[in-house]
Write a protein that binds this ligand. Structure first.
Ligand code: FES
Length: 367
């Protein structure tokens, strides 16, 4: 009887705790209380459990997101939010761990390279400490493994290895039964990210052929050659996944085309915005940001996000390279050129991404 009364009282107390909270989940997840309440609706809090030095300019953050975070597929990106000197900043990074680590231990990793002049990456390298809570959004992105196993060639450059690490860990764990080749390009041997992990993968996952190519340790730079690709067995039948600097991606793209690999077999993701060279005389215009009642003019190839910021507006953004869609906005009239594809939009209403849209004449957007 006493036990039953105690149990009832405990349930009543629990009910009161939940009822008195705006967000009942906060009661169960102490992480939710550690972040700016303004964040909680938009971001999942994630505790920085550990920071691992990978190379002199690359660190891996081991994060424990609050339990309601929805998880991800190998190869996807995530937006994080950090507060630097009272200002909130969003950035996009690839998840470098396999989804299994999240499912089994509730952990994910991000492997982040310091970018010259990069506000957020420098802050992460110099000031972020284990024990801090940062914000995390849900994962996104179409850089994902095929639904059924097919032979794959991965081409990675520098920190472009990060989504591929997640994919390889997943394939090894799932015993992905098809040939897999990784060509990994780095400037020097000290720039190899996760070297031990890659070597361990190659030894425990026999389907994987790992080749690391050092580009800048000899008299002449050693870039990707067609012979590297010709040496991959059954190249034309493979899906190709590429992530790295624009130069490597462009070179690989043209060599693969020369060797007869079909365009629709090639999957790319970026860690820096690829840019089509736009004719400065053919772009630029006056942009009306309708909600903000601001009008801005440009004569060069500034994108709409840069123009809005230059005018003191603060539109939402994440990756600034056309992959996260955080900056999506309704264009109500006018033509823009997509900085990545070089293609012009129609003149009418449609959704555009501010960060990759360059005006071509007068443009109105809803922002
Ligand atoms: S900020 Fe990510 S698509 Fe524009």
């Amino acid at each position: 009887m006493l036990a039953r009364q105690t149990q009832n009282k405990a349930l009543q107390w629990l009910g009161r705790q939940l009822f008195n909270r705006d967000d009942p989940a906060a009661f169960f997840d102490p992480l939710l209380e550690q972040v700016n309440p303004m964040w909680v609706q938009q971001y999942t809090p994630a505790l920085v459990k550990q920071i691992i030095n990978e190379t002199s300019d690359t660190k891996t953050l081991v994060l424990k997101p609050a339990a309601h975070w929805e998880g991800f597929e190998a190869g996807q990106h995530v937006n994080i939010c950090v507060e630097i000197d009272g200002v909130r900043h969003d950035r996009t990074f690839s998840l470098s761990s396999a989804p299994a680590l999240w499912k089994k231990q509730g952990l994910v990793t991000l492997t982040i390279k310091r970018l010259p002049g990069g506000l957020v990456t420098n802050w992460i390298h110099d000031r972020l400490e284990a024990g801090t809570t940062i914000g995390l959004k849900e994962a996104f992105g179409e850089f994902r493994l095929p639904a059924t196993p097919r032979p794959i060639l991965f081409i990675a450059g520098g920190s472009g290895i990060t989504p591929i690490l997640s994919m390889l860990e997943t394939m090894a764990a799932d015993d992905y039964r098809a040939p897999v080749t990784l060509l990994y390009f780095v400037r020097t041997s000290s720039d190899i990210i996760a070297r031990e992990k890659l070597e361990a993968l190659a030894s425990r996952y026999p389907a994987l052929t790992l080749t690391i190519i050092i580009t800048h340790e000899s008299d002449e730079p050693r870039y990707l050659r067609e012979s590297d690709l010709q040496a991959v067995p059954g190249l034309k039948a493979r899906d190709v996944y590429m992530c790295g600097p624009g130069g490597l991606m462009d070179l690989a793209g043209s060599q693969l085309q020369n060797l007869g690999v079909k365009e629709d077999s090639i999957h790319k993701t970026f860690f820096a915005a690829p840019a089509t060279v736009l004719d400065g005389g053919a772009v630029g215009g006056t942009v009306q940001f309708a909600k903000s009642q601001v009008e801005v003019s440009s004569e060069g190839d500034a994108n709409l996000l840069e123009m809005a910021e230059a005018a003191g507006l603060s539109p939402r953004y994440g990756c600034r390279m056309g992959i996260c869609h955080q900056c999506s906005c309704r264009k109500t009239s006018g033509t823009v050129i997509n900085r990545i594809t070089g293609q012009s939009s129609g003149p009418g209403e449609e959704n555009i991404q501010l960060c990759v849209s360059v005006p071509q004449g007068p443009v109105s957007v809803e922002a």
